[in-house]
Design a protein around this ligand. Sequence first.
Ligand code: XMP
Length: 326
Amino acid sequence: NWTMLNIVEEQVAQVRERVGSARVICALSGGVDSAVAAALVQRAVGEQLTCVFVDHGLLRKGEAEQVQKDFVAATGVDLKVVDAERRFLDALAGVSDPEEKRKIIGREFIRVFEQAAREVVEAADAGGEPVEFLVQGTLYPDVVESGGGSGTANIKSHHNVGGLPDDLEFQLVEPLRALFKDEVRRVGEELGLPPEIVWRQPFPGPGLGIRIIGEVTAERLEILREADAIARAELTRAGLDRDIWQCPVVLLADVRSVGVQGDGRTYGHPIVLRPVSSEDAMTADWSRLPYDVLATISNRITNEVRAVNRVVLDVTSKPPGTIEWE
Ligand code: XMP
């Protein structure tokens, strides 16, 4: 693709010139924007870039592996993975309030990323060139929304990285600042990223933490992860991925209902399917998915996920409902 090739070459040249021989750091979230931004910077400055992936344990099945294996295989990027699941779960223990969960996840994310960034900076200092740049997957709509100023010392990453302390100062590299989402995907394809990363549907920074209604525990995450993986697999198999905006799968962890399975009574949890169609997530309509696809998802989840004995469909538009349940 001509235009995309031009954009890639132009941005690669610009990044190379701006960065020189300095070192660069990037926080990968598993999302499209940070992945494409990192791949582009990698193309420009290679080993000068270190990516940090904070695994908060709230990702969906296979997503952490996707970053650690597929992304690295496609780009050859130097990746530092921080396994922080225990830390996030400890911080979330006993918390059910949605806003409280978001705050805790955001706060812990900054702390873990900060520590990892410090380690990257120290390692680089020992090796010679200082770390001077932080890559951000800022898109054009984000630029417009935030008033258009170009960031330098003030760090604001995707929704999760609020700010870094004063003694960690970076200049921002934002190679996607002129692009819309669909262009970013095409740039990602041009850079050879796998379709599962490039065509990934939106997924909130706080992850499954805000799709468990009630306290977040390792056991509940496991239940939701299995149910979500089934729903995603069946939507993909039915060829519906690009027809819907996203399909949150939600575990009503504090609700139980009676069911019957085999020759026994069960007392399990409901799973909610929330497929939506949207242009920009500001408004949304519930997706009229084919009944047979819904039936397959329901059958598989109730058969294969032990703690779940009921699957319900959310038929609310936005407004009045938000896309996520929390
Ligand atoms: P709502 O639930 O507000 O969601 O209708 C709109 C879109 O935003 C995503 N979302 C988030 N993304 N951090 C994120 O990065 C968040 O805290 C967050 N909350 C919601 C949601 O998945 C939907 O695409």
